[in-house]
Design a protein around this ligand. Sequence first.
Ligand code: DGL
Length: 292
Amino acid sequence: MKEKTTQNQSNTNLPIGIFDSGVGGLTVYRALHERLPNEKFIYLGDTARVPYGTKSLATVERYAIENSSFLASHGIKLLVVACNTASALALPKIREKIGVEVVGVIGPGARKAVEITKVNENPKISVIATEATVSSNAYADSIREASKEAEILQNACPLFVPLAEEGWTAEDETFSIAKKYLQKVIEFAPNTLVLGCTHYPILRDVIQQTIGENVRLIDSGEATAEEVEQLLKDKGLANTEQISYNRKRHLCDDLDHFYVTDAAERFAKVAERFLGVKPSKLEAVEVFEVSK
Ligand code: DGL
């Protein structure tokens, strides 16, 4: 018991690691940063190998291990797998390899959807995500774990990723693509729709208008930030440095460090589009698995 407390105390000031296949995970970073202003973050975007959503299990697992090893080698107290596809496919392998707490976005998003939908007699939950996430059934399995009654419909919306990166958040073309992708979801008439991909919160308004105002949207990143806050409390891992009392925290300020595996300039441009600000510390790196 004593040993654990000592270890936690020395870990508390370390940053939280976050990785994504690219820039989309910044929506998860934003949710974490807003909820946990007293924490520091290290973000890795695997921009050289994005997208993950169309790749095989073996490939996504390998990339995920390499990204996790990179972040772990920089000293982190907790790892958030912001990428829905990597969370859906590679969480067990990451947990096997990495010696820190690992949180994915699927479980929190699924649990939040069930919590919100519980009041309904016949809960209907829809999930939109990448092809790989949909095929893995990870969301459907997690929703069923939390609710036996929920009816579930999943749908892949791959073009939402480039549309979000392009900043096409209100164009006619985006609305017409959304209408086509969401047709089956509209017919299913869910109570709740999970945004099961890092990029989809950027298109939130288009999705909400297309699906109708009475469907509740769940942002998995926000649900994850809520669970991470609780986990830090439960494990005694919250930062003890009081940084947010001494200075006002801003998104992408110099306490947070960003790494990409390619095209740093493009990352900075899209980051500005997503967050309204460019990262102050951004570096291009190569990642590979570091043996323990
Ligand atoms: N980050 C991915 C996800 O949340 C979307 C982009 C990709 O396909 O890599 O599933």
